[in-house]
Design a protein around this ligand. Structure first.
Ligand code: FES
Ligand SMILES: [Fe+2]
Length: 380
């Protein structure tokens, strides 16, 4: 595996004050991406959607990630399951989109049908086929877990861990910041096929150094002067005091707060200063330089107020495009002959609101996949 030549020391980025970023080739190489697909994405719990999308029997969603389509469906027995969205006959995709499906899913190609527990229901002309065994032709399942109101999948058939094992303490912290995590309703979704490596997008989330220069409206409410970013095991929390602002978050009372959670490897939950509101960024990496993203906005009420509608428009037209153009520009710059290959991580000694120590933590975790020990194992 060529990515095995991308070695990094064990202590890469461990001392944030002296740290430089991951080298540019980690963001542009397809070999590195393929390695991360196998070693990170196919072996980690990945957050796919909010549970409200699959709350009732027969509700399903599909998600595109890596080169896979994944089907998450709630059965008639109320159990949530996840499968590769691929027909065991000749490999056609079984179902598109999301919504409510019938009690069986029919493959569009030759009409093999499957129950929602993944077992085969029927295959046309199978009674005339020598030794055809319905039991052998079920869908390929993967692990699925509901956690803090969200649905996570894990493609590793050997996985013995839970989401809580991967992200210890996250659920309690998220529920503390937003007790309504289980009661959220999807109010808006912005889908982008972003021309940026998944780590570039995480990097952008892991610091509020850019908030002042690049998000003037956001910074008018969330105070970078009273802001901190704390690292936990495989997740982090950015907290900022907020004051009501006409150009971004407006709320009753003197102050509120923003809590932004990053979850390994590439999901973010934001409890905004507006009560009962949460935004979620789902990254679905597709290749080295393309990441499909869902930016979901949730409220607890179904009928939106005019203020909530206006806020969604602000997210769609102002705040979201600001971040998208940042990461797209960075992705191009990483190819420049004039870029020196690594950038200084601007972590200060106090971990202030503008400190970039969150990037150092993220890069130290990625680096653990690129140590000689780890790469030596993957070569065998
Ligand atoms: S590929 Fe699905 S029925 Fe043939
Ligand atoms: Fe941003």
């Amino acid at each position: 595996m060529k990515a095995c030549s991308f070695t990094l020391p064990h202590d890469f980025c461990k001392d944030a004050r002296k740290a430089y970023t991951l080298p540019a080739r980690f963001y542009t190489s397809q070999d590195a991406f393929n390695y991360e697909a196998d070693e990170i994405f196919a072996k980690s719990w990945l957050c796919m959607c909010h549970v409200s999308e699959v709350a009732k029997p027969n509700q399903y969603v599909t998600r595109e990630v890596l080169n896979e389509s994944i089907l998450i469906v709630r059965g008639r027995d109320n159990q949530l399951r996840a499968f590769y969205n691929v027909c065991p006959h000749r490999g056609h995709r079984l179902i598109e989109g999301s919504g409510t499906c019938k009690n069986v899913i029919a493959c569009p190609y030759h009409a093999w049908t499957f129950k929602l527990d993944g077992t085969m229901a029927s295959a046309p002309n199978s009674e005339n086929i020598y030794d055809f065994n319905l039991d052998e032709s079920c869908l390929t399942p993967m692990k699925v877990e509901e956690y803090a109101g969200f649905v996570f999948i894990n493609m590793d058939p050997e996985c013995k861990t839970t989401v809580e094992d991967q992200l210890p303490g996250l659920k309690d912290a998220a529920l503390k910041a937003r007790p309504e995590m289980y009661d959220l309703k999807l109010a808006a979704r912005f889908v982008t096929r972003t021309p940026a490596n998944w780590k570039n997008i995480v990097d952008n989330y892991m610091e509020c150094y850019h908030c002042g220069p690049s998000h003037p409206d956001f910074a008018s409410s969330v105070q970078v002067s009273d802001y901190w970013h704390k690292m936990y095991k495989n997740w982090s929390l950015q907290w900022g005091r907020a004051i009501s602002s006409d150009s971004s978050f407006a709320f009753e009372g003197d102050s509120s707060s923003f809590s932004g959670f990053w979850l390994w490897p590439c999901t973010m939950w934001n409890a905004t200063p507006v009560p009962g509101m949460l935004t979620a960024i789902f990254e679905y990496p597709l290749d080295a330089e393309t990441t499909l993203q869902h930016y979901d906005i949730f409220f607890t009420n179904e009928e939106l107020t005019q203020y909530q509608k206006d806020l969604i428009v602000w997210y769609r037209d102002v705040f979201r495009p600001e971040d998208l153009s940042l990461v797209e520009s960075v992705q191009k710059g990483l190819h420049s002959r004039g870029y020196r290959g690594q950038g200084r991580i601007m972590a200060d000694s106090t971990g202030s609101g503008v400190s970039e120590h969150g990037i150092a933590y993220f890069h130290s975790l990625v680096a653990q996949y690129y140590t000689e020990d780890k790469l030596g194992k993957c070569d065998k």
